[in-house]
Design a protein around this ligand. Structure first.
Ligand code: KG4
Ligand code: ZN
Length: 340
């Protein structure tokens, strides 16, 4: 079965074709980062309009790259939520329209479910069950994944997501949007022992997260020390050390509580090298293994949507034309998911 995947939940238009026998046939991405950078963050209306401009040319590129005609597509998967409503609607309308015109089934995919399945696209894919640490711009989640579609949400962020905290701290330090990669680069010249930031919610039981206090800590530190380059780098370093440490403590706790020692990290922040190294060390220490998507599939992409959709379509799942985009869609409300 060959599935077309469409991702338009935020500021990236992603298109891919996944073949359930041959794997990923082709994928393409258009990032809107340059367009939004001038505004210091994503402007939803500009995002929707750009998705409209890009989506069909990208689709044509991907079909050409895969050497496929339209009639070779057996199903369409699109991100149905969560995300920006206008941006989502572009992918939903195009996906549903193509499926209707081609006479094939279409299925809406949960964006975070697609992130957590992204490592399955790699040659060395994790076996089930595993614990997924999902760290993106909008969500931070710890999930037990027993099988595709069988999820238990163990913990989540009560306020800012990890990526959001990266972006806000980067903005404070005068770095551009998106802040994660720029903040990580600045932190490499930061000294680890100058500032000590808290490790939020690690002093009590549970697997939920809270990152908004770290952002406030960064603001207060910045105001107290001034804005010379070394101080900024030291703040970046202290911030990232705190985020990474906090994520590692919660991952270790999740592994202890569940007895599962296979970890998956996915979502934009999982591209962070310091986090990847920390998770690798943690996994070695507990005799387990950690799996990541390749860096380009950590951030938003069409390949993970095509893959997640292929599993649903193969299981016979599809939705009627009336299916809508869901800007808010808690992961525990996915069919087959539960909350601890
Ligand atoms: O998964 P994603 O592409 O989009 C959402 O679903 O939100 O994640 C985007 C987030 C942004 O907050 C961005 O700053 C962060 O991932 N990010 C990083 C890195 N690359 C992207 N954060 C830390 N280090 C990175 N290398
Ligand atoms: Zn994402």
């Amino acid at each position: 079965m060959r599935v077309l995947g469409i991702e338009t939940s935020c500021d990236e238009t992603g298109i891919a074709v996944f073949d359930t026998h041959k794997g990923l046939l082709a994928h393409a991405l258009h990032s809107q980062v340059k367009m939004h950078a001038a505004f210091g963050g994503v402007v939803p209306e500009l995002a929707s309009r750009d998705h409209i401009r890009r989506i069909i040319p990208l689709l044509e590129d991907v079909l050409a790259e895969a050497g496929l005609s339209r009639s070779a597509i057996d199903g369409v998967a699109y991100t149905a939520g969560p995300g920006l409503i206008g941006a989502l609607l572009v992918g939903v309308a195009v996906g549903r329209g193509l499926a209707y015109g081609w006479g094939v089934p279409a299925v809406g995919v949960h964006h975070m479910e697609a992130h957590l399945l992204a490592p399955m696209l790699e040659a060395e894919a994790p076996g089930f069950p595993f614990i997924a640490l999902l760290v993106s711009g909008g969500h931070t989640l710890l999930v037990t994944v027993t099988a595709p579609g069988d999820y238990e949400v163990l913990g989540e962020s009560l306020d800012d997501a990890a990526g959001e905290a990266f972006d806000k701290t980067a903005k404070l330090l005068g770095l551009g949007y998106p802040g994660g990669p720029a903040l990580s680069a600045l932190a490499t010249s930061g000294r680890p022992d100058r500032f000590q930031f808290p490790r939020p919610m690690t002093d009590r039981p549970g697997l939920d997260f809270s990152f908004s206090g770290l952002k406030t800590f960064a603001v207060n530190t910045f105001q107290a020390v001034g804005d010379d380059q070394q101080s900024k780098a030291d703040i970046a370093r202290a911030f990232i050390d705190a985020v990474v440490d906090t994520l590692l403590i919660k991952c270790q706790r999740a592994m202890q509580e569940t007895g599962i020692n296979t970890l998956v990290a996915a979502g934009g922040v999982s591209a962070n090298q310091q986090l990847r190294r920390g998770l690798q060390k943690l996994s070695r220490d507990v005799g387990g293994r950690v799996y990541f998507p390749r860096p380009e599939f950590c951030t938003d992409n069409g390949a993970m949507i095509a893959y997640a959709g292929s599993i649903k379509l193969q299981a016979g799942e599809s939705q009627p034309l009336s299916f809508r985009a869901k800007p808010r869609w808690p992961m525990k409300e996915i069919k087959g998911a539960s909350e601890k």
